[in-house]
Design a binder for this molecule. Structure first.
Ligand SMILES: [Zn+2]
Length: 108
């Protein structure tokens, strides 16, 4: 394909400190420049049937994951992370995750 006129490619990035927050808290303290492609969703099912989602990054220095606050991430990045999550996980295996993703309008 030939690009006749190039549009603006949307991207987002943010400096995140590796703290291991939400994942044991044993981060190395590295300062990471995180882009939209680095953020992924991790999910934990609670016993009461609810699902908690976290937006997570992985530190290449110490291999520890750090959760980023939802309010620190644009909704577009949240949606992209969820799309990846949906693609990479067999959501049909978990009734609760499926139900929750339906509620959020991510799957039908
Ligand atoms: Zn680290």
């Amino acid at each position: 394909m030939e690009v006749l006129e190039k549009g603006q490619v949307w991207s987002w990035s943010k400096k995140v400190r590796c703290t291991g927050k939400g994942n044991g808290g044993c981060g190395c303290g590295s300062l990471l420049q995180v882009s939209d492609k680095d953020v992924y969703v991790t999910a934990h099912c609670c016993h009461d049937g609810s699902v908690d989602y976290y937006y997570t990054i992985w530190c290449p220095v110490c291999n520890v994951e750090t959760d980023i606050k939802e309010s620190d991430i644009p909704s577009k990045v949240q949606h992209m992370a969820f799309e990846e999550y949906r693609k990479n996980n067999d959501v049909s295996r978990s009734y609760y995750i499926r139900k929750d993703l339906k509620n959020r309008g991510i799957i039908k």
